[in-house]
Design a protein around this ligand. Structure first.
Ligand code: 13P
Ligand code: SF4
Length: 295
């Protein structure tokens, strides 16, 4: 029975590749996707890398294995291409923390501030439409440094990433009070505990983590930069404080090192329930039926 399950997965993976050729599609997968989808993808990366790939592809169809705002971004970049998302309900707690109408109301009520709005890419198209510029965790400090010096900045929706960029650039910003429900689960206590267990292992953390966790990290960066950090670090064991899906890519690309998932204080597994809504089966069916489509 188990063997049958494995064959089913292999067949499905093969069928997905076949469909990809027939549709002239490209499969893009975020670093947090389940292993089977990362393995099926033409490109696996962070939000910035995926946006670049979406911008340069000549494929007719983009099967986007990630969450809704990421597929939406691919559609904004490629209005003439068909963008398919395996599960339309794959949302994001950060994106949800900043509804477009709340942002519009806030900007209206604070018109005197004449805000220059910097939107972290983890937001809906309705929020992006109100922003002056979009950034990702991979280029946020560059974007903030380039902001007009004479304007007040409102950074939406992640308060932790915003605070981290303020620390790095020295630029004062007003921060929308959104968070990622996954990254705030890591605490100073849970990181100190794992550090005691692996005293020689450096800690690399995502900037969506809280200040207390960032302070304990040896490096804070986007998921793509985490891969580079892990490759270049002389350490053999590395504690990785982000969504657990990244460990598949790390173990695949850097097999001689051991990656320890960042622990939490609860039984929370460190997996984003939205990212994990996509599956090989749903990806296959989405490309077969050409839906759900992002319009
Ligand atoms: P990256 O752009 O660093 O991959 O982050 C995306 C994300 O959703 C983090 O939770
Ligand atoms: Fe959103 Fe957090 Fe999931 Fe990333 S890990 S998609 S920020 S909820």
């Amino acid at each position: 029975m188990v063997g049958a399950g494995i064959n089913f997965g292999v067949d499905l993976a093969k069928e997905l590749q076949q469909l990809k050729r027939e549709r002239n599609a490209i499969i893009l997968a975020h670093n947090y996707q389940v292993p089977e989808l990362q393995d099926a993808a033409d490109f696996v990366g962070d939000s910035l890398g995926l946006s670049y790939q979406a911008a340069k592809t000549s494929a007719d169809v983009i099967l986007f294995c990630g969450v809704h705002f990421m597929a939406e971004t691919a559609k904004i970049i490629n209005p003439d291409k068909r963008v398919i998302l395996p599960d339309l309900d794959a949302g994001c707690s950060l994106s949800e923390s900043c509804p477009p109408e709340k942002l519009a109301q806030f900007l209206n009520e604070h018109g005197d501030k004449n805000y220059y709005v910097i939107a972290y890419i983890n937001c809906s198209v309705g929020v992006k439409a109100q922003a002056d510029v979009i950034c990702t965790s991979g280029n946020a400090d560059k974007i903030v440094r380039a902001a007009p010096a004479d304007r007040n900045i409102l950074f939406v929706p992640d308060q932790n990433l915003g605070a981290w960029v303020m620390e790095r650039t020295g630029r004062k910003m007003d921060l929308w009070q959104g968070t990622c429900y996954v990254h705030v689960e890591f605490t100073a206590r849970s990181i100190n505990r794992i550090r005691e267990e692996y005293p020689d292992a450096p800690v690399v953390a995502h900037p969506e983590c809280t200040y207390a966790v960032r302070m304990l990290a040896d490096e804070v960066c986007s998921t793509e930069k985490m891969v580079t950090f892990c490759r270049e670090s002389p350490a053999h064991e590395i504690i990785v404080v982000t969504e657990a899906g990244l460990l598949h890519r790390l173990s695949k690309e850097i097999p001689d090192k051991t990656f320890i998932p960042g622990p939490t204080d609860t039984c929370f597994c460190g997996e984003c329930r939205f990212m994990k809504m996509n599956s090989l089966e749903k990806a296959h069916d989405a490309l077969l039926n050409m839906e759900p489509e992002i319009i």
